[in-house]
Design a protein around this ligand. Structure first.
Ligand SMILES: [Zn+2]
Length: 135
């Protein structure tokens, strides 16, 4: 039996990866929105009562927004055919990096130049670190 080789064979389906990731972030945000709504009712003078967990949840919420935006941008680039091209040096981003960070906008070298703020890999790593629950 002859195998039909398609153009995408052997390559990861980044669109699916990104859409799955977006779905995951969205459902994560859904949970955190509850926390946000709850906090909206907290009066200014009671803010000291906001627990550490809630504070962390809010911070992660913001990071989720950033990630969501990056995922959306990556999907836009997939649509326009610019996906996998470094926004700074316009060289192809290595597949290994795209596998690790499907929404990467820069190659590793340019990422370092752009700085830690936009470094989604180090941010991911920091999210995986245990949050200091022991006060
Ligand atoms: Zn680059």
């Amino acid at each position: 039996m002859k195998k039909i080789v398609t153009a995408t064979e052997g390559k990861r389906d980044y669109r699916r990866v990104l859409e799955d990731k977006r779905q995951g972030v969205l459902s994560g945000l859904g949970i955190k929105f509850d926390t946000l709504a709850k906090m909206g009712r907290v009066a200014e003078e009671d803010q000291a009562q906001i627990t550490h967990d809630e504070f962390v949840a809010l911070r992660l919420n913001r990071l989720d927004y950033v990630q969501l935006r990056m995922i959306e941008e990556a999907l836009d680039r997939l649509n326009s055919g610019d996906y996998g091209i470094c926004l700074a040096c316009e060289q192809p981003i290595p597949e290994k990096r795209l596998n690790a960070v499907p929404w990467a906008r820069y190659c590793v070298a340019c990422q370092e130049t752009v700085g830690a703020e936009m470094d989604e890999e180090s941010r991911e790593a920091s999210l995986r670190q245990p949050v200091g629950v022991r006060d």
